[in-house]
Design a protein around this ligand. Structure first.
Ligand code: MG
Length: 296
């Protein structure tokens, strides 16, 4: 009984103490509670701020504005496109438009190019060798059309072989070859068929048309960059469309293409483009509508 009475008194005392303390803290507690409720209500009325997932961090309490991500400079220059997607746009350098070879020279001695121009078409003259552009290029977009004659003979690499060297620094046969070949039902090693980076990169697909029909290459070339000591800083890259279909997707070129052995780089700067007069005995192929856009 005594224990029960003591416990009752103690409980009453604690109750009074607690009640007294509660009275003393009641007002500030209500203030804090009220402030919290008001703040919550105000925040609930603000637009939802997207959570940042990367480096474009938006302060949690600063609503983003659409203007913050708008750029107004530099304004891209106006380029007038050609009448169709094969025709040169207004800023293109036309390398062959069906009339002459004024933009080309012989590779071996830089004399005027002696391939055959007739009926608006340029045909390989295998007797005089490769031709190259007078101009040199680094980074560019290029358009070129080529045709294997309908009466083509031969097989494998000896059937309509030519090549577009995307850069061909002197001397000799150096450079980076985008293969040209009759690859319409003409088996050969796949890293040497039309649309390949010769012996480096197999084309993603084979969209070759029949002999006698025009084929189209559209290429984006990024030149390699070298260090002062001649070592490679960044490789060349090539993206190529063949008859409008992607065949090389930003391929990191391994070096100058080689017939025998592994590709390798040697330092060079801006270089001419080169067209190959391949030594196989098959009928020579033709070109038309060649233009390039400098991407300096
Ligand atoms: Mg070739």
């Amino acid at each position: 009984m005594t224990l029960t009475a003591d416990w009752f008194r103690l409980t009453q005392l604690d109750s009074r103490v607690v009640s007294s303390c509660a009275m003393r803290i009641q007002f500030p507690f209500l203030q804090v509670t009220t402030l919290f409720i008001v703040t919550s209500a105000v925040c609930a009325q603000q637009p939802r701020v997207p959570q940042s997932t990367g480096r474009h961090t938006t302060p949690a309490h600063t609503p983003a504005k659409p203007e913050e991500t708008e750029l107004w400079q530099p304004v891209p220059k106006v380029v007038t496109p050609g009448a169709d997607c094969n025709a040169p746009p207004s800023d293109a350098i036309v390398l062959f438009d069906g009339h002459n070879l004024d933009e080309w020279v012989s590779r071996k001695d830089k004399s005027p190019a002696k391939w055959i121009v007739a009926d608006g078409v340029l045909t390989v003259n295998k007797a005089v060798g490769d031709i190259e552009t007078k101009r040199t290029f680094l980074n560019y977009q290029l358009h070129l059309e080529w045709k294997v004659p309908e009466n083509i003979s031969g097989s494998g690499q000896a059937r309509g072989n030519s090549g577009l060297f995307l850069a061909s620094p002197p001397p000799g046969d150096g450079g980076y070859e985008l293969q040209i070949l009759d690859s319409y039902k003409n088996p050969t090693y796949v890293n040497g068929q039309a649309g390949s980076i010769y012996k480096q990169s197999i084309p993603l697909v084979n969209p070759t048309r029949k002999p006698g029909e025009w084929q189209v290459y559209d290429v984006v070339w990024t030149a390699p960059i070298f260090n002062a000591d001649g070592s490679l800083k960044t490789s060349a890259f090539v993206t190529a469309f063949f008859n409008g279909i992607l065949v090389q997707d930003h391929f990191a070129v391994k070096g100058e293409t080689q017939y025998i052995g592994q590709p390798f780089y040697k330092k060079h700067g801006a270089a001419p483009l080169r067209l190959q007069a391949h030594g196989d005995p098959s009928q020579p192929i033709s070109f038309r509508n060649i233009w390039v856009r400098d991407l300096q």
